[in-house]
Design a binder for this molecule. Sequence first.
Ligand code: C5P
Length: 218
Amino acid sequence: NHFPVIAIDGPSASGKGTVAQLVASKLGFNYLDSGALYRIVAFAAQQDNIPWSDALAVTACTKTLKIEFINEQVLLNNQDVSNEIRTEEIGKGASQVAVHAPLRAALVDMQHSFCKAPGLIADGRDMGTVIFPEAELKVFLTASTETRALRRYKQLQGKNQPANYEHILQDLTERDARDKGRASAPLLMADDAILLETDNVGISDAVDYILQKYQILQ
Ligand code: C5P
């Protein structure tokens, strides 16, 4: 029972979440937001006063969590934490817990369980390299740090949240370095992935491009 997988990897604020969800809805496929898993772990650890640096305690805590994705909601132990996990602080925590190899191992089966009929769009950092190496199509979606910082800045402004471009740029640079530099499943373009640089490409063009690449394979 193998179902088609499209792996979409790339750095923070590359637009891959939006693009991946649109591709999933166009194809009627399931959608895995793997970053949300690391965010939930960071959030749960914080609630239990477990430092994000403590690999064993973070991993042990993760094994007790009940995590569900229902419609657009992310549920942790039956509570909707969709908004709580989207803060910049939890994003930073997610990239800190994500360096721990035992934690990453503890999340593998759950990620595989998303691969159901009729297929899956998997969004993350290591979808094409580690979690779904057999994916039919692998896309590495990226943009310059400046473009991504500007997008994040506008996004926060749009939500009337405090936003400082220089801070965002620095945070993104640090998070990129941590995601690329870690020993376990670093952010890396798979050898067989297609590179899609979105500095001058809009969301709908990126979506169309991926759909076209997928249709060629059919
Ligand atoms: O994509 P998002 O910003 O929600 O991911 C938060 C953090 O989770 C990333 O900075 C990264 O460190 C980690 N992550 C990961 N592997 C994935 C998805 C996310 O390590 N597949």
